[in-house]
Write a protein that binds this ligand. Sequence first.
Ligand code: FAD
Ligand code: DLZ
Ligand code: SF4
Length: 509
Amino acid sequence: MNKTTGILVLGDQLSWQHPALISADPADAVVILAEVVEEATYVRHNRHKIALLFSAMRHFAVALRERGFQVEYYAFEEALPTLLAACERAQAQVGFNRLVVCEPGEYRLREQMQTWSAALEREVEILEDTRFLSSIEDFSQWAEGRKQLRMEYFYREMRKRYALLMEGDQPEGGKWNYDAENRSGWRGQCEIPERPTPPQDAMTREVIKAVNAAFPDNPGDLSTFRWAVTAEDAADELSWFCTHALPYFGTYQDALTESSPWLFHGLISMYLNCGLLEPLAVCERVEAAYRKGDCSLAAAEGFIRQVLGWREYVRGLYWHHMPDYKTHNTLNATTPLPDWFWTGETDMQCLSRALTQSLDLGYAHHIQRLMVIGNFALLAGLDVTAVCEWYLAVYVDAYEWVELPNTPGMALFADGGIMASKPYAASGKYIQKQGDHCKACCYDPKKVTGDGACPYNSLYWHFIDRHRELLSANPRMGLILGGWRKRTDDNRAAVVSWADTNLLRLASL
Ligand code: FAD
Ligand code: DLZ
Ligand code: SF4
């Protein structure tokens, strides 16, 4: 029977807070969910991401039907090329007078949606994605007239607006930010709790089989699939985190270790980004844990800052600066991405660990993404576009709105400082301080040149040397540049030459 409204729900919008679902009349709407070729192949997505989304989409379809909605679900086997083709199929099969969608997370798709009304010969209404706590418009208003868009100031506004960790109009405990207490390296100080695996039903097992068969060349070892695919199971994951890991989250947020891919991190970005968790509910849950005395203020504030601050800020930045944001390459980084980024086969222990777990599990925590992989890409001057494509492909939580500000912006300084006040460049000394990888490595983090020297060290100075002019305009780089300039010409030449040798060797592997 013809329906008034068609509602297209994208794979990363699986939420009852979806703006078109909130007000929909189940009797008069058809909901379209489609596994389509274009979305599943625009990068070589990790199989974990495809399996998570396809299984979560199928579970969401069941829940929609239970609430009385008619659902047109198109599985990947039907080989529909695009989301528009899925809407056309639904229009032919069911019929609807108007299509309602929620604004997508990627610029690419939003551009496509502008053409859908003509193609479908129907009104297409694009609703604001109200699941975010700061709208695109809110962010632009905040950004208006500011010379620098620093996250910290945005975050303070958000704390006040949502009354999170506040005492009246003042921040709980008197300080906005407890980051200084959150930087311990890992020396095996305590037990890292074993993470339970969310339940896996027949539907998920079937999806895993289908994804393995349809995407044989994509990264991802699905024998390790451990993701929740329903809102209920994602909520259980959050609860587990709040009880067992949150108390240690702040302290070890920047730590690196051989012992666990997860440490005390939340493992919730994949759920927040596809709709299975809501950001405000997550922040309120964490605040409640603090108020009950289950974690310190530093832990709760550190975590809430990530979700309420960083996550909303990067999304605002993305839409504020697109489409230009994608074209920046301030440091002229053009070195081809080494093939071993797709295998993890390198003798640098920290990097091998971070790459391998990213490829196999679809997950690495922030410091691995930023200070191990991103830092290496920055120091080695790897091609910005290729690095972005790699990040968008390998992570289970990757969507361009969040990947782009983080990769060329935060990790590669390719935007020239829109996102970060200085490059996140570091030598092997930092990686050694933050964890235990160096003990298991064939390189020596204390050596800069010569056999056995940690490649990060000479590459760090090579980076400082080749960008000294640009960096000298940044007051935060003064001390480091001063130290480099004070060295003898011979010493500088030896370090740069050793870094060149390293770069040649890395390119030939
Ligand atoms: P936790 O450490 O437990 O943090 C809690 C939550 O805070 C995360 O789930 C996430 O929602 C949010 N958060 C923290 N930092 C950021 C940030 N910088 N930007 C946005 N949200 C943040 N995150 C993605 O969700 N998708 C990406 O594609 C992505 N790409 C990244 C690429 C690079 C180069 C870097 C440096 C970071 C990237 N991040 C990305 C941010 C961050 O690394 C991940 O959100 C985090 O590692 C996810 O794991 P978690 O849920 O265990 O996070
Ligand atoms: C990432 C992804 C994948 C792998 N597959 C689908 C799909 O088949 N159908 C769908 O609706 N969405 C998928 N997605 C998520 C979309 O790519 C995402 O909605 C856009 O990138 C906008 O964020
Ligand atoms: Fe990484 Fe260098 Fe330490 Fe090896 S020595 S683990 S390459 S920082």
